[in-house]
Structure formats: C-alpha cells, structure tokens
Design a protein around this ligand. Sequence first.
Ligand SMILES: [Zn+2]
Length: 168
Amino acid sequence: MTLAPAMLAVIAMAAGGRSPVVCQPLRSGIDGQSDGVMIRLQPQICASLSLLTPSSLSNDALWALQTALHEASHVAIYRTRSDALWTSEPHVECRALRWVPRAVRQLGGSDFQALLALDRARAMVRHRLPAAYQSRCTRVPPQVIQIRHVMGRRMSLARASVNDGVGL
Ligand SMILES: [Zn+2]
C-alpha cells in the first residue's frame, strides 16, 4: 500500500525533506519505526492515514497522523546531525505534536480543526504512550478548553464543530 501524494507531502514537510515511507508489518505493539532515514508504518496506520479527513478526524486517523509525524520528526532531527536528540523520545514527540496543527491545515483543515486536533492528539499521547515519551509538551492543558473559557461567544461555534463530528 502507498500513501496519497498529499499525505506524503505532509510527512516530507515534517521530516525536513523527502524520505522513503514504507507500509509494512512491524513487530506487534509498534505503530511506526525510523532509523533516522526511512519511515516504516504498520499497514493499519497507513490505512487510517488514507481515510483521514480533517473535517471529521477519527481517533484512528489522528493517531496515525501523530505516528507518522513522530517518525518524520526522528528523520528531521537526524538530518540536523543532533545525534544526542534524534533518539530522545520526549524531544521527538514534542516536535511531532507541534506538527499536528500544521499537518491538519496542510491537508485542508481549518484553524479550529487544527487546534482541536492538537488538543486531541496530546490527550491521546498522554494516555497511550509510555512515560518515556512524556514531557511538559504532553502535559499542556487543552487549548480549545481555554479558548472556550476566554472567548465565551465562541462556545457555540466550538459546540457546532464538535457536533459536526470532530469530537473531543
Ligand atoms: Zn520514537
């Protein structure tokens, strides 16, 4: 299976340039893998990426996007020759999370969908990835909740988007 050109372009952007992306079975419990040059993704991660729609981002699709951006971040950091950092999972995950909203925008999502995706991705990372991946980046409180608090009038907009299938 190969990914759509738009998705490969997003991964290349996050990886700091084109890098080979291969969908292949990996050992169980691993969604993605990188040696710093090549990105390997489990076939079900690639399948979820193929079904990704920014306007109704499923948990599976968002997790797959986060996984691809994580592996792309390993490659991007390796490219800079920061050898000490490219294998640092909290550092890599922090960078991957920063790329989530940019990726959603690049794939056609709105600013709001991008911000919501970041909050959701961060919550998923916090719950699904082991302690070795966590850092202050994964502990940031949800920004969409803060926006709702600060901008009361935007609450109905936020609710409408959630009801449209974005989900929190
Ligand atoms: Zn990693």
